[in-house]
Ligand binder design. Structure first.
Ligand SMILES: Cc1ncc(COP(=O)(O)O)c(C=O)c1O
Length: 432
């Protein structure tokens, strides 16, 4: 079977059936947002550090970027104030900073963890720093305690309204329970966010949740949230239609339309559906332009409730596949982490193109997150994101050489072995 690392990789037959039912108007959507909030609340409460969480501090959005924009807005900052963020991220993280007329300040990454290099954080903090976005890249947890210590030290001298806030970006990880290792989520931050967009752990095509426990901001946030628009019917239906169309694309992705070329039915469908505006790329260069933010729709809530029911199964498979890579990949390709719940398994290569091609021949589509310090912006577009080329050399180097192996629910252990064989036999490791 073909493997797709992105485009709702964890959507299964029951999700497709549900999406079709929604499109036919057969699903009762009423109450779905309330039950989603309830379900998230029950899950989050399992976290020993979040027992005091209230349902009113959970905010549901159309997209993860909306949640970052929303929180920064609620902080009521001044134009030009600074928000620290790691390079080697998605434009969806940087865009909401720009939309608020704030300045992103980039920190380079650690080449082993792909997370922010915390030894460089302190020197980036200035009088104008108001927030830091800390991202658990691929689900590899950051030492949030250390982030908190650095921020607390900087906050010592500051008045209440100038204190730096920590935005914890958990877009790449949604644990089955919030216990043990994952109870750290939210423990040291002021706001925690999850994305449920098309390439994420669990997905409603688009969707996001954030939890705000920064008391000073919560009242403003609640007031602002009540004024937010719901998505239009057309926009909410988009999420169900995307599932139906992608199931069709995947079915024919490798079916040749013209023999001896790489023109396939699936690829032609992608172009067609994109041109008709029926499917979209989730992150593009024009994401830096503000186009409004929205709450999560009832349609998304129905889809997400179904995915939540299966989160343990999806995560168990993910862990198994990560273990298989760990066990079978040659030492210098292994990703050293204690966290087995990886959205994608990253490896650094000197011959990425060749390996991608070899995997494609086996109908396996690997990923290239993040090919750019602000993915997917090309070098000449990075100025739009206020990123200066050369300022984060590790992020730039990693971007050129990283390959992501799939860990989603459709990957079997045999598939993982086949992938490993290609890597072990043909890949050239890169050491930074
Ligand atoms: C680390 C990270 N945070 C946030 C987001 C935002 O996701 P969304 O597409 O829901 O806005 C992304 C998107 O890929 C991401 O990679």
């Amino acid at each position: 079977m073909s493997i797709f690392i992105g485009s709702i990789p964890n959507t299964e037959k029951d999700d497709l059936k549900l999406a079709k039912g929604i499109l036919r108007g057969e699903e009762d959507l009423r109450g779905s947002i309330g039950s989603l909030r309830e379900n998230l609340f029950d899950l989050l409460k399992q976290n020993e550090n979040l027992v005091d969480i209230s349902k009113e501090s959970i905010f549901l959005f159309n997209r993860g970027r909306d949640s970052i924009y929303f929180y920064l807005k609620a902080l009521e900052l001044n134009e030009g104030d600074e928000v620290i963020v790691q390079a080697f991220t998605c434009v969806a993280v940087v865009a909401p900073i720009l939309w608020n007329k704030l300045k992103p300040v980039y920190v380079d990454i650690d080449s082993k963890s792909f997370n922010m290099d915390l030894s460089l954080l302190e020197e980036k903090i200035t009088k104008k720093t108001r927030a830091i976005v800390v991202q658990h890249t691929f689900g590899n947890l950051v030492d949030m305690k250390m982030v908190r210590e650095i921020v607390d030290e900087a906050n010592k001298e500051r008045d209440e309204e100038d204190k730096i806030k920590i935005i914890e970006d958990s877009a790449h990880i949604f644990p089955s329970d919030f216990k043990g290792r994952y109870s750290i989520l939210g423990k040291y931050s002021d706001m925690l966010l999850f994305s449920f967009s098309q390439d994420k752990s669990i997905s409603s095509t688009q969707g996001a949740a954030s939890i705000i426990w920064d008391e000073n901001t919560l009242d403003t946030a609640k007031e602002n949230y009540s004024e937010l628009h719901k998505p239009s019917k057309k926009e909410s239906i988009y999420n169900a239609r995307y599932i139906k169309l992608w199931s069709l694309i995947k079915k024919y992705y490798f079916t040749n339309l013209i023999p001896f070329t790489n023109i396939t039915i699936g690829r032609v469908l992608i172009i067609l559906f994109r041109n008709l505006g029926l499917i979209r790329k989730q992150a593009k260069a024009d994401t830096t332009e503000f186009a409004g933010i929205e709450k999560l729709s009832q349609v998304q809530a129905v889809l997400l409730n179904n995915q939540l029911k299966k989160v343990s199964k999806i995560n168990a498979r993910r862990e198994k596949i990560v273990q298989s890579y760990d066990k079978n990949l040659k030492e210098n390709f292994r990703f050293k982490t204690e966290n087995g719940l990886l959205l994608r398994y990253p490896i650094l290569l000197d011959n990425r193109r060749e390996i991608k091609k070899r995997l494609l021949e086996k109908e396996i589509i690997a990923g290239n997150w993040y090919s750019s310090p602000v993915h997917p912006l090309a070098s000449e577009e990075l100025v739009e994101a206020d990123y200066k080329l050369g300022s984060c050399p590790i992020a730039e180097k990693v971007g050129k050489n990283i390959l992501n192996l799939p860990t989603n629910v459709e990957v079997t252990e045999e598939d993982a072995k086949e992938i490993v064989e290609i890597i072990n036999n043909f890949a050239k490791p890169l050491n930074i």
